[in-house]
Design a protein around this ligand. Structure first.
Ligand code: NAD
Length: 509
């Protein structure tokens, strides 16, 4: 019996089969391969997601390629109207998708709603596509000659997304890509794939023509076919650094435009003059929100000078108040981790930290709620040095590290020598030092007394160093550049008075 048949049998047991979406309709996978989807709060399997074969990826790309021919001709006015429709529909039904996110990812409902709202900001930005695609025009660049620039879509573009923002990160990609006139193939995370199918249905309901947005689920087989497919012009990836590097190298080798956003280790530098209560509130919110499964989470605090004892005490004091549990319950502040394996991997860092000489101030294993959910309580590790695994690795869980350094220069060096450069923050009352930090720090997104500086939608999001491979950040103005290419037209209308044979190189004066 094939695995697909087994899944079909399993339907009676409450396990939902999650299929692809190609050409405006659901398409059941035929590869015989699939993966389980869990409710992390209960530990139960709730879904079985089809994994695409090479042929299924090809079918999605063929559908997108066919749709592109007519989609690129749709007027800017119509595309803008459609983006407004999508915006309204997502806004109206945001609770629905938030519940899907909580059920498959585990984040608490309020955080899931926050994810949808931040994603919607990118859709709202894309509503302005007629303005965003305006070119330049130079009249009389030479006698009787005008020069102007236009931006055109690339064709079929693809997105490969991580588990931690199953609605928002795809929105960062499909909203600008489609508004620019491209058609789209999404390969979402196999861990929480249902939000992408919800999105596909909603886009259809909003009036998006069939084939403009397609979803294919899967693993490395699907990704590798996307990377090599000759009809995919560009690829946006968000995920961990090793895969981001692989995707960038393989995709560019195959001639594609690629932006690949990777992992992070976001440092929060706290200077002695900082407001300790504000810094502690910020560190706790940014470290443990979404169980630390955010690429912009503060995972490491760098305490400068004599601030350390008071800061660690203030953070520690806040930890017992964090309510951990099923994210569907209204007063819960932190949900489970995404899978059992990931939870166990995160928990293992507590022993590694202790063995390598750090001080475990709070061990989340001692405060983990009971039950089969993939829970882990919040952890705080002090006296962390740069050689320790808890510092070197992106833990991606509710574990906050603290290093103690003597001076601002030591803190800056630590941030800049770290291989990642996604986000960073400084907490201080000294505007001059904050400005110097902004000038010197090697990271793509900087917060000044702001712990998770995710840029608003009309700026672009992206890190430096091992946190981004490629030339363009995602969404905002750079997103529009990424999903289009420029053309410059030099034009003259027939005027017999200026016509002559001239074999010289064109002159403008
Ligand atoms: P991941 O790298 O495991 O997976 C990301 C995508 O790549 C998924 O669609 C997955 O199916 C695919 N993939 C996984 N292994 C692959 C392989 N061997 N070959 C080809 N494709 C493969 O990441 P994740 O665990 O889903 O997400 C968490 C990571 O994403 C963290 O490192 C986090 O920092 C990062 N992230 C970064 C940003 C950012 O903007 N920089 C945003 C969100 C998440």
């Amino acid at each position: 019996m094939t695995e697909v048949l087994e899944q079909q049998q399993a339907r009676g047991t409450g396990v939902t089969r999650i299929s692809h979406w190609i050409g405006g309709r659901p398409v059941e996978g035929r590869s015989g391969r699939s993966g389980p989807v869990f409710n992390p709060a209960t530990g139960e399997q709730t879904g079985e997601v089809d994994f695409a074969s090479v042929e299924e990826i090809d079918a999605a790309v063929a559908s997108a390629k066919q749709a592109y021919e007519s989609w690129r001709k749709v007027s800017l006015a119509k595309r803008a109207e459609l983006m407004f429709n999508i915006r309204e529909l997502v806004h109206e039904r945001r609770e629905e998708v938030a519940r899907i996110l909580t059920a498959e990812h585990g984040k608490v409902l309020s955080d899931a709603l926050g994810e949808v709202t931040r994603g919607l900001e990118v859709v709202e930005f894309a509503c302005g596509i007629p303005t965003l695609l305006k070119g330049d025009f130079s009249e009389q660049a030479s006698t009787g000659i005008d020069v102007y620039s236009i931006r055109q879509p690339l064709g079929v573009v693809a997105g490969i997304t991580p588990f931690n923002f199953p609605a928002m990160v795809p929105m960062w990609m499909w909203a600008p890509a489609i508004a620019c006139g491209n058609t789209f193939v999404l390969k979402p995370s196999e861990k929480d794939p249902s939000a992408s199918i919800w999105t596909a249905e909603l886009l259809k309901e909003a009036g998006l023509p069939d084939g403009v947005f397609n979803v294919v689920h899967g693993d490395k087989v699907a990704v590798d076919r996307v990377l090599e497919h000759p009809d995919i012009a560009a690829l946006s990836f968000v995920g961990s650094t090793p895969i981001a590097r692989y995707v960038y190298e393989t995709g560019t080798k195959a001639g594609k435009r690629v932006q690949a956003l990777g992992g992070a280790k976001n440092h929060m530098v706290v200077l002695p003059d900082a407001d300790i209560a504000m810094a502690a509130d910020a560190a706790v919110s940014a470290a443990y929100g979404s169980a630390g499964e955010r690429c912009m989470a503060v995972s490491h605090v760098v305490a400068v000078g004599d601030v350390a004892d008071d800061l660690v005490a203030a953070i520690q004091e806040r930890l017992p108040k964090i309510k951990v549990g099923n994210g569907m319950e209204p007063d819960v502040e932190m949900g489970p981790l995404v899978t059992r394996e990931h939870r166990d991997k995160v928990a293992a860092y507590l022993d590694k930290g202790r063995d390598q000489g750090a001080t475990v101030v709070a061990d989340g294993r001692e405060t983990t709620p009971e039950g089969n959910g993939f829970f882990l309580g919040v952890s705080l590790i002090d006296d962390v040095t740069t050689e320790m695994d808890v510092y070197k690795d992106e833990i991606f869980g509710p574990v906050l590290g603290v290093s103690r350094v003597a001076t601002y220069d030591d803190a800056l060096r630590m941030v800049n020598e770290n291989p990642y450069g996604n986000g960073t923050a400084i907490f201080t009352r000294d505007g001059g030092v904050a400005r110097q930090f902004q000038f010197d720090v090697q990271a793509g997104m900087v917060g000044i007394n702001v712990p998770i500086p995710v840029p608003v939608a009309y700026y672009s999001f992206g890190g430096w160093k091992a946190s981004l491979f490629g030339d363009r950040h995602i969404y905002g103005p750079e997103g529009i550049e990424f999903y289009t290419r420029g053309k410059v037209v030099t034009s003259r209308w027939p005027d017999p008075a200026t016509s002559q044979v001239d074999l010289g190189f064109p002159q403008t004066r």
